[in-house]
Design a protein around this ligand. Sequence first.
Ligand code: SAM
Ligand code: SF4
Length: 212
Amino acid sequence: MNDYRFGDGLHIELTSRCRLACPYCERTRCKGQYQVRDLPRQLVFRLVENPKFKKIMLAGTLGDPIYHPCFLEIVEKIKQSDKELRIATNGSGKTLAWWEKVFNRLDSRDRVCFGLDGLQDTAHLYRVNTNFTRVFEAMKLGAAIRRATIEWQFIIFSFNQHQIEAAARLAHKSGIRFTLLQSGRFKSDDPLLPDLTLLPEALQKKLAKAGR
Ligand SMILES: C[S@@+](CC[C@H](N)C(=O)[O-])C[C@H]1O[C@@H](n2cnc3c(N)ncnc32)[C@H](O)[C@@H]1O
Ligand code: SF4
């Protein structure tokens, strides 16, 4: 997801709502210092219709786009305006029927990136309140619908680094793109800091190459 080129793209933070409480997210760290609000629907529509922008990214810093009350309508508007769409989300708390409506509005130029940092027994350790099975089912549905690219973004932590290869296999089996993210948010003595020297050599090389 971080490869997105912004030349003719617009990143919109639709909302400061989120149902998770990831400890190193500004949303969690600055709780009480910002208002929980949504961008007005008409303002979003005007931005989306602006011909200067060919690509729209729905992500954010203090929130997760899927919790905007008009999210489906906004996705529809973006696609009616013939824009390429990227969505970054934790993917939590929505039904498969709701996800089906999202995926069916997308096309092959679009990408939905799900942040899920671990497997059944670990994904909730950083993504507090997530439900691995439900998020994974949503990703699988998106991949089965085969309209947009479905990406599983896996941030490497000390508690999940032993699961990277199993998660990658699971993703590939289901037609989901798997990407690793090395976070820059750790302190040097952080218990969540992964020890990359413990990873298999091939994986270390791959990460080193990607980091260049
Ligand atoms: C603040 S989030 C907003 C989008 C969505 N709520 C999410 O978490 O994916 C924006 C980006 O930050 C990433 N992110 C979350 N926690 C992070 C961390 N500890 N280190 C690095 N990136 C992180 C997310 O995966 C996402 O790609
Ligand atoms: S899911 Fe995203 S917005 Fe929500 S708390 Fe985690 S990083 Fe922050």
